[in-house]
Design a protein around this ligand. Sequence first.
Ligand code: ADE
Length: 234
Amino acid sequence: MNFHILTLFPDMVRDGLHTSILGRAVENGHIRMNVVNIRDYTLDKHKKVDDYPYGGGAGMLMQAQPIYDAYISVCDSIQKKPRTVYVTPQGRVFNQSMAAEFAKEDDLVILCGHYEGVDERVLEEIVTDYVSIGDYVLTGGELPAMVMVDAISRMVPGVLSNEDSGVTESFYDNLLEYPQYSRPEVWHDKKVPEVLLSGHHKKIEEWRLEQSMKRTMERRPDLYEKYLANKPQV
Ligand code: ADE
């Protein structure tokens, strides 16, 4: 999968996305990060990319031309118009099923806004999806873009070494993950639950499902409602 991230802060995005699991996924060729510096596309002789908003108001707006030309250069390089996300608090709130949906794309453009926003006209021409990462306001779209790339990448086949772990963790079927334990068997007088030492796979599975349900009910009653509504019938 190819991510094309349009930003005024390419170093921030590159540094954030080339470590650990994502770094390895890039090296192995499962994902590609094409970080595009919007400023490289401005036709302004002072390399300016922003200006005052018509009608007045606080702050500066990112102008349409550099963003559009950066976007067109991506389209030209892949010979198509890919799905294009603008990360904004005004978007649909990102979740696991959206991550799984986006992971089916071969190419995904993510536009990171800055300052007080972006000239509406370029958004109208290029954006297919408006996505927020939560109901709070950040200073720019880079962190949201990185959050999305991380969550989407781990749904791309091959990125996680154990292919299953992408679906068995929290939010699959609207349940949070069960508690996990590693060595030693006793730590601070707390013993690992007996069933996990039993080697009885069916019992372990049942215990984990129970724990997932209990945890979801306690911590995320909103998700638990969804789980009950969509629970597979046996
Ligand atoms: N840009 C600023 N705040 C944001 C948010 N919460 N989600 C997505 N993009 C943003």
